[in-house]
Design a protein around this ligand. Structure first.
Ligand code: ZN
Length: 397
């Protein structure tokens, strides 16, 4: 059974159980003999849910509501089932009708408001959902954390980063779950927006906030590097480049062009070559990075020196990407001997590898992309997308 259906079942069964119990109590009080009928409805509805037949379960709930129109929990369960089945308008009607009842207890009203907020959110009526969730987030009740989490989802979706920060801080206080990492990303989004608008001072202010929250995060180091470069602070720029290369090897590819331009501006070609060779020799540098380094060295030293660098690597590690790169360079330089067909195949293999779908993959949902994303566009998780070596994919999958 999928997670979604488990959720539907759980919510539905809770509703059934509560509705059935309330109904039985009322039946006893009124002296009516409907006990057997509700027991049968409960078992029937439960069976439908367990057999993944939510439509049939809805029919049973509707008949229960007709018999006992006052059963709040049964209405809530029915509304949830409608929403999960995509019938949001029906869910909204049920929850609005519930809220209009003057006899609701405080807890029942909070539950109905929460569900109405979730209906609005699913229907894309975020403005209305926000009003309800903000109201629920002020009160003390069991659904408060859920209301804050829902608000946070909406603010992230709408890129309302300052509001997202405020909600995360409330969640941290209420739910005792550390939100530091998340808040760091929200400030980083604000810093990047400021940089795009040319507001260096504003960006620096946001970056200072991240320093206090996540000073070792790759995103913070990359932002410091960007700021140092824009301000022309060369010593600082090297400091941040070194920090990324040493502490965040997965992000080396992202800063390679910057490393090259820094050395060409400040130190000259010979120091650039020494630094690139040192980086290529580091065991934490993957095949993709070594290929990019080889391309940069080729511009300075020519094909032959690059071929010997790649040969060293190929002798050390088995890597189809490096093999293909090496063969295609030999081809370009006329260094290869016999075997035109295999050289042609190697060049095609190289092209296929470098152009293959996506070099980044989300560890939570499997989303793939060529470019890096701090937040997964599919599942919304932060920093779940990691750079993957093409070679590793070939070996392990
Ligand atoms: Zn994802």
């Amino acid at each position: 059974m999928t997670d979604w259906l488990w959720l539907v079942s759980l919510v539905g069964l809770t509703g059934f159980a509560a509705g059935w119990w309330l109904s039985r109590r009322r039946v006893r009080q009124s002296g009516l003999q409907q006990r057997g009928q509700f027991s049968a409805s409960y078992v029937e509805g439960m069976n439908y849910l367990l057999n993944e037949q939510p439509d049939r379960a809805i029919d049973v709930l509707v008949s229960m509501v007709e018999v006992d129109s006052e059963a709040v929990e049964t209405h809530l369960a029915l509304g949830t089932l409608f929403r999960n089945q995509g019938e949001v308008e029906r869910a909204i009607r049920i929850h609005q009708n519930l809220i209009a009842r003057p006899t609701l207890s405080k807890g029942e009203r909070s539950k109905a408001l929460m569900n109405l907020g979730l209906d609005y959110k699913q229907a894309g009526l975020n403005d209305r959902a926000v009003v309800l969730f903000e109201q629920l987030a002020q009160e003390s009740h069991p659904g408060k954390v859920k209301a804050l989490e829902s608000l946070l989802e909406i603010y992230q979706h709408e890129k309302e980063w300052l509001r997202a920060i405020a909600v995360s801080r409330k969640l941290q206080a209420d739910d005792a779950v550390n939100q530091t990492h998340l808040i760091g990303h929200f400030y980083a989004e604000l810093a990047e927006a400021a940089l795009e608008g040319g507001d260096l001072r504003g960006a620096a202010k946001m970056v200072r906030q991240i320093r206090g929250l996540a000073p070792q995060s790759p995103r913070y180091l990359l932002l410091e590097l960007r700021l140092a470069k824009l301000r022309g602070k060369q010593r600082l720029r090297l400091r941040w480049l070194d920090a990324i290369i040493n502490y965040c090897p997965d992000y080396r590819l992202q800063v390679l062009d910057d490393l090259e331009s820094y050395y060409l501006e400040s130190n000259g070609e010979s120091e650039l070559v020494a630094r690139l060779l040192e980086l290529a020799a580091d065991p934490d540098s993957g095949a993709q990075l070594v290929c990019q380094i080889a391309e940069k060295l080729r511009k300075i030293q020519g094909d032959e020196a690059t071929v010997s660098l790649l040969e060293e690597h190929v002798n050390r590690t088995w890597s189809p990407l490096l093999q293909a790169k090496l063969l295609s360079l030999r081809e370009l330089d006329g260094l290869a001997g016999e075997g035109t067909e295999s050289r042609k195949l190697a060049a095609e293999l190289l092209e296929g590898l470098t152009l293959s779908a996506g070099h980044h993959r989300c560890g939570k949902c499997g989303f793939e992309a060529r470019e890096h994303h701090w937040r997964c566009p599919t599942c919304g998780a932060w920093e779940s997308i990691q750079y993957k070596e093409v070679d590793r994919w070939l070996v392990h999958e």
